[in-house]
Design a protein around this ligand. Structure first.
Ligand SMILES: [Zn+2]
Length: 248
């Protein structure tokens, strides 16, 4: 909790107004949570809550939980979370890629191009970067147009990474759900991730729904265009190299 004192400014997680402090400490064991001057509610109740409660509220798509993470906490595992999400994403694409080409194996055995996983990893890194940059550029446009304080790239990256936690739900689907329903479950999880990102992004733009939907959908469109271009290009190169190695 002491780490919260290092912030220069905080916001009320209920209405988004600025508050000076989240709590006042009267003694090492006694503290009182601050009330917001605008909405008169406790500015950030999560200060007292266990992290598991915050995670549950994130799963339930509560904007207040996202406000707490983005503005009132010193969240330092951004890189780690981003890398883990990237690895899961890459694994999903890699296994789908293998199925598509009839290899039907998840195990890495070296019978074909051993660098496929890394190539797909690079592709996903670029795709993610394009997504974050597109959202960031839309946010700058929004802030400049409405003459609001411009949100930093790190803040946009942070909120998009945290709101992509639904990627973890792909793991049980990949491990236990084999069959025609797998694609349906993957689609449902993808829709959930998009809803999480939408909820989180609305925190940055003060609940502007239409703009948030437009920004997230546009960013996904750009991301998909990049993916399709890379995928088609990579596929044709791999097929060409296979043909050459088989002597066709
Ligand atoms: Zn308030």
């Amino acid at each position: 909790m002491d780490k919260l004192l290092q912030h220069s400014s905080y916001i009320c997680i209920n209405c988004g107004s600025k508050v000076e402090n989240l709590f006042r400490k009267y003694s090492p064991t006694v503290l009182k949570l601050t009330n917001c001057e605008k909405c008169h509610r406790v500015a950030d109740k999560y200060v007292e809550y266990d992290v598991i409660i915050i995670i549950i509220d994130l799963i339930l798509l509560q904007q207040r939980a996202y406000r707490h993470i983005l503005f009132n906490s010193n969240y330092k595992n951004l890189w780690k979370l981003s890398v883990i999400i990237l690895l899961i994403d890459t694994y999903i694409d890699w296994s789908s890629y293998n199925k598509y080409y009839g290899f039907k194996k998840i195990q890495y055995d070296g019978d074909y191009d051993n660098f496929d996983f890394y190539k797909i990893g690079i592709k996903n890194s670029i795709r993610t970067l394009v997504f974050v940059i597109t959202v960031y550029l839309h946010t700058i446009l929004y802030c400049k147009t409405l003459k609001r304080k411009v949100v930093s790239f790190k803040e946009v990256w942070k909120i998009l990474s945290v709101s992509s936690f639904g990627t973890f739900f792909f793991l049980p689907v990949l491990i236990w759900d084999i069959g025609v329903h797998q694609e349906i479950h993957k689609f449902i999880i993808l829709v959930y991730i998009i809803l999480s990102q939408l909820t989180a992004y609305m925190v940055i733009v003060d609940g502007a729904k239409i703009w948030s939907i437009y920004t997230i959908l546009m960013s996904y469109t750009f991301k998909t265009i990049i993916f399709n271009y890379y995928y088609d290009h990579a596929t044709s190169v791999i097929m060409l190299s296979d043909s050459i190695s088989l002597g066709y």
